[in-house]
Design a binder for this molecule. Structure first.
Ligand code: APR
Ligand code: PHB
Length: 389
């Protein structure tokens, strides 16, 4: 088997890259470990930056997103019973789109089917080889036999646990990591969202987030100890705790109902440098993880795809390799700014077990500054709608 760009991982990053390249006549094959149904059953955040929405349109896959996605021109920040709004539109002229990652992935798979793109599911033992030579290839088990895929370039879009990052020699790789002493317990319920915008809340009992998928589907989160399990949280307890963590007038109008999904995710910040080794290029979770505060996971993956797509285009169309040479530095420069933002939002909104009275006062001052200062709000808004590529 041979292709121009071999893509490991059929999550949103790999699929978006393959669709953009396909539209330019550049051949790709996507190798995915799981079944398509499994990939489409993963529940993840649903806030799309301006740049990400633009890339979806550029890939010709923005139709349903534009028809069914919700324009959010602002967000709400609560601190116990106080609440204020950050107006993205007034501060930056921009907005975000609320449209679930599952829907994004579904649209990308459908576009790939329509274009006759090749995705091999249930590939096992995928291993990038000779990536620091001019003839990289991938070996993998599929359909009961060992296969070899030769290519010009490999895009490692295989998430945090995939094999691509491991193909960068350990002595070349530097990993930066920060873990947080809590997790998010998330719950999905077929109830109307409590507000038409997202509500990020810092309360004395810990962080809470009110989010949504559509008018009849809500997504809520509460900060919880890492040792907790979803079984420790019957629906009634979840709702009660959520109500205690959001302003009282909001708690009063919260519509509760049975959960249809409940899970706990630990929070972590992680970056691997470099993001390129020879002809292997890492994209998305394969190279970095952000805590979910600010919803940057999918958006950082899209920013990598943007740079890699344009670099590959310059290579194939203009014989210009500068973008490929600079890919790691360019992608990392934006990633680190987004890491800073996600870390800051996490710090300002959560309660830490070891927080001293001094730390608490500084956090309160940070929130008060944000509430009262337009420049501070503008900084949040610019980052939330997404820094330019
Ligand atoms: N071989 C082939 N595919 C693999 C392998 C492997 N060994 N390991 C993982 N994969 C696949 C996963 O099954 C998954 O479908 O790679 C894909 C990676 O997709 P995501 O984890 O969704 O990561 P990414 O595309 O970078 O998207 C980043 O989306 O999934 C969220 O939390 C993530 O929000 C972040 C964003
Ligand atoms: C979500 O809707 O799942 C969501 C929204 C915003 C975040 C994180 C998650 O910051």
């Amino acid at each position: 088997m041979r292709t121009q760009v071999a893509i490991i991982g059929g999550g949103p990053a790999g699929l978006l890259l393959s669709q953009l390249l396909h539209n330019q006549g550049i051949e790709t094959i996507v190798l995915e470990r799981r079944t398509r149904d499994y990939v489409l059953s993963r529940i993840r955040a649903g806030v799309l930056e301006t740049g990400f929405a633009g890339l979806m349109r550029e890939a010709g896959v923005g139709g349903r997103m534009d028809a069914e996605g919700y324009v959010h021109a602002g967000t709400r920040i609560a601190h116990n019973d106080e609440m204020f709004r950050v107006d993205f539109e007034a501060l930056t002229g921009g907005h975000v789109l609320v449209y679930g990652q599952t829907e994004v992935t579904r649209d990308l798979y459908e576009a790939r089917d329509a274009a006759g793109g090749q995705t091999l599911h249930e590939c096992a033992g995928v291993k990038p080889r000779d990536v620091d030579t001019d003839q990289p290839f991938i070996t993998f088990l599929h359909g009961g036999k060992m296969n070899r895929l030769d290519c010009d370039f490999i895009a490692g879009c295989d998430g945090f646990y995939g094999p691509s990052r491991q193909a960068i020699p350990e002595e070349v790789r530097t990993e930066f990591e920060k873990t947080y002493p809590f997790g998010w317990l998330g719950m999905l319920s077929e109830t109307p969202p409590v507000d038409h915008e997202l509500v990020y809340s810092n309360s004395d009992r810990g962080f809470a987030l009110c989010s949504m998928r559509n008018e009849g589907l809500s997504r809520y989160y509460i900060q919880c100890p890492l040792a907790d399990s979803p079984d420790d949280w019957p629906d009634e307890d979840f709702w009660e705790e959520l109500k205690r963590r959001i302003p009282a007038e909001m708690a009063e109008r919260l519509v509760t109902g049975p959960s249809i999904e409940k899970s706990i995710a630990p929070l972590r910040s992680y970056v691997c440098e470099p993001m390129r080794w020879g002809r292997l290029f890492l994209c998305g979770d394969a190279a970095h993880i952000v805590p979910p505060t600010g919803a940057k996971g999918l958006n950082t993956a899209a920013s990598d795809v943007n740079y890699l797509y344009r670099a590959l285009l310059a290579h194939y169309k203009d014989n210009d390799d500068e973008g490929l040479e600079r890919y790691s530095d360019t992608a990392l420069a934006r990633i680190w700014k987004t890491q800073r933002f996600s870390w800051w939002m996490t710090n300002v909104l959560h309660r830490y077990p070891e927080q001293s009275p001094f730390d608490l006062r500084v956090q309160q001052a940070d929130l008060a500054y944000l509430r009262d200062n337009e420049t501070a709000q503008k900084a949040l808004a610019e980052n939330y709608i997404g820094l330019p590529y």
